[in-house]
Design a protein around this ligand. Structure first.
Ligand code: NGS
Length: 276
């Protein structure tokens, strides 16, 4: 895999220790889930408040903000956080989990929540963003949560779709994209309230800016979807329109407006509560 080295990650640990070795991670073909009782997550003393982790035994090459748009799925969120910390710690990367919760009662706006999380992560100096649904769990340790040179569709192979990609340009679920690329495409649209379309819009931005998307091989891109996703609501979904280049600058990160209700650092995640 064509992973992108990010110098920034080096700042998080002392230069006296050796760089982490990713060979074993990238070729780990273990089948998950692994035991959740292993390790010291339960005691919690290695994950810093706000859900940040950095290996202490080696210097991480990769520094990633995992951004999770969220509302009203407490049970799923709990499972996600425990699973993901177990999974990610094994990858010897520096990371932090941001959960962005929509607290108003308008229809859910996944893309705008991702923009809010991305803006916070970029301010925090993260060079790589992983935009991640709360109901998806990665099944292969080799699916490294780091950015590649091209924006990467990570969740190409999901149990719900019998591990087959539903359509070639699908660009939802879990995406790894550098902060610089995210800024280049002005993030995602803020206008998709309700289910569907926002990920297609996101992909159109990638195409307009001529950033090629990529995927790891299907075996590495396996995910388990928890529960069942809401079916698309045909009436409420905003129809995705053919893209025009000028739309990018009029709608996205640069035009993001919202009310930050509170930000709370929990032991396993940073909780950003917003009114859209
Ligand atoms: C498309 C939606 C996408 C969605 C994809 C897969 O039709 O947002 O289905 O959905 N596009 C539009 O609505 C325009 S899924 O089967 O995962 O529920 O991601």
């Amino acid at each position: 895999p064509d992973l992108l080295y990010e110098e920034t990650a080096a700042n998080f640990t002392s230069s006296a220790i050796l760089e982490c070795d990713y060979h074993d991670v990238l070729f780990d073909d273990t089948t998950l889930p692994f035991s959740l009782v292993d390790g010291d997550l339960i005691e919690g003393h290695r994950i810093r408040e706000g859900g940040e982790y950095s290996p202490s035994e080696c210097k991480p090459k990769y520094s990633t903000a995992i951004i999770v748009p969220y509302r009203d799925r407490a049970e799923e969120l709990r499972g996600f956080l425990v699973y993901m910390h177990m999974f990610l710690r094994r990858q010897s990367i520096h990371y932090r989990i941001f959960v962005v919760e929509q607290v108003d009662s308008r229809p859910f706006n996944r893309a705008k929540l991702l923009n809010i999380g991305a803006a916070a992560a970029i301010r925090g100096g993260y060079p790589c963003l992983v935009l991640h649904d709360v109901d998806l769990l990665p099944l292969r340790p080799a699916n490294l949560y780091a950015c590649t040179k091209c924006p990467r569709h990570m969740s190409a192979s999901i149990n719900k779709f019998r591990f087959v990609l539903p359509y070639l340009k699908l660009f939802g679920g879990a995406i790894a994209i550098t902060s610089n690329q995210y800024k280049t495409i002005n993030g995602m649209s803020n206008e998709y309230f309700g289910w569907g379309g926002e990920d297609d819009d996101f992909y159109a931005r990638i195409e307009v800016e001529e950033l090629k998307m990529c995927r790891f091989e299907p075996e590495t891109s396996k995910y388990h979807m928890v529960g069942h996703k809401m079916p698309g609501n045909g009436d409420k979904r905003k129809k995705f329109l053919k893209y025009e280049k000028n739309k990018i600058s009029n709608d996205g990160l640069s035009t993001l407006k919202f009310i930050e209700v509170a930000t709370v650092l929990h032991p396993l995640f940073t909780h950003i509560m917003v009114d859209l």
